[in-house]
Ligand binder design. Structure first.
Ligand code: PEP
Ligand code: MN
Length: 360
């Protein structure tokens, strides 16, 4: 897929002076709930109303969505509030029904993007339509799979394409429900700078309190839009209750977000500079995270050395690490002296840590 500047055309047609905001509940529950939320979002910076009708649940037995009846509620949202409508489709029947009800924006969920068969089925069903289609990243951190999904849609002649970053599942417990791994959408953005990139902080966070920070990071990284789960009674939502925020909270949050100037020569330079700086911040946070993980393993080694009465300094092992790191460093363009300095400092700190463990 060539990087066609046309890709951003559909977004530019909205003529927004702020990022695109899509908001609404995780799931449509009742007609009253849907209309109540939509009415609180109308006449704000929100452009499109989202609601899941068919819900992909990790485990069976949870609420699986109201089904096709919800499409009628979305039509009512559009006629009552003027908001565009947006829902998830996961097979050809969903696509047909969504098209019949003239839903404006269709998104492909993270559990569907992992399956090339499903994405192809959806792409085939959408062929020849003029809908905006957004594809979420796959649940696992696999950029190729995400790109494959984009290519399948593009090959089906869907020109109004965009992507949604909703974080990646990890085995490890972190403060996020789905790890942001910002370097992956950044790489995608570098490959396709004209593909609209939207952040879904709700599924990254899995909780309310860090949604604003996630939105700000996304905007600093030059994302084009946000999709935020919004509910009038978040605590009693039928799905994803912990991560939904009230419309009033979203409106306040949008006022507090710092949005960068997107036009003018100087602004262009500043914009680029802050995008790179935000990328550096992400990389630095990864370095710290890895150093802290490394130190925890060092600590565990300290404990077994203590139990087996083995000395802290193991010169042979240390020389092997240093040699290997210098060689690996050179192969990725890093200077020997620099790598040597860094690893000597890491090694020294590791010895200090193990000394503490052994003498505790
Ligand atoms: C959703 O948007 O409600 C949803 C199910 O998201 P995801 O596919 O990212 O899990
Ligand atoms: Mn959800």
């Amino acid at each position: 897929m060539e990087n066609s500047p046309k890709l951003k055309k559909w977004l530019n047609e909205f003529k927004l002076n702020h990022p695109l905001v899509i908001a609404g509940p995780c799931s449509a529950e009742t007609e009253v709930q849907v209309l109540k939320i939509a009415n609180e979002l109308k006449n704000t910076d929100v452009t499109a109303f989202r609601a899941g009708i068919w819900k992909p649940r990790t485990r069976p037995g949870n609420f699986e969505g109201v089904g096709a009846i919800g499409l009628k509620w979305l039509q009512k949202v559009k006629s009552e509030t003027g908001l565009l409508t947006c829902t998830e489709v996961a097979n050809r029947v969903h696509v047909r029904l969504a098209l019949e009800h003239d839903i404006d924006i269709l998104w492909i969920g993270a559990r569907s993007t992992v399956s090339p068969f499903i994405v192809q089925e959806i792409a085939d069903a959408l062929k020849g339509t003029n809908k905006i289609v957004l594809i979420k990243n796959p649940v696992n951190p696999d950029l190729a799979l995400w790109l494959g999904g984009i290519e399948r849609l593009y090959s089906s002649d869907i020109k109004k394409l965009g992507v949604i970053h909703r974080g990646f599942s990890t085995y490890e417990q972190t403060k996020y429900r789905n790890n942001p791994e910002w370097q992956i959408p950044i790489e995608l953005q570098n490959k396709f700078p004209d593909l609209p990139l939207i952040c879904d902080p709700s599924h990254i966070a899995g909780r309310r309190d860090i949604i604003q920070d996630l939105c700000q990071t996304a905007l600093d990284l030059n994302f084009d839009g946000l999709m935020v789960e919004t509910h009038v009674d978040p605590n009693n939502a039928w799905s994803d209750a912990k991560q939904q925020i009230k419309p009033s909270v979203l409106i306040k949050m949008m006022k507090n977000l710092k949005i960068r100037e997107l036009s003018g020569r100087d602004a262009k330079f500043k914009n680029k500079l802050s995008t790179y700086r935000a990328q550096i911040d992400v990389l630095d946070a990864n370095i710290l995270d890895n150093l802290s993980k490394r130190m925890k393993v060092v600590n565990k080694i300290g404990t077994i050395k203590k139990n087996h009465n083995v000395s802290v300094l193991q010169s042979k092992r240390w020389n092997e690490i240093l040699e290997k790191m210098i060689l690996n460093g050179e192969s990725v363009g890093l200077n020997e002296e620099f790598i040597s300095k860094i690893f000597k400092a890491i090694h020294q700190e590791s010895i200090n840590e193990q000394d503490k463990v052994i003498n505790s």
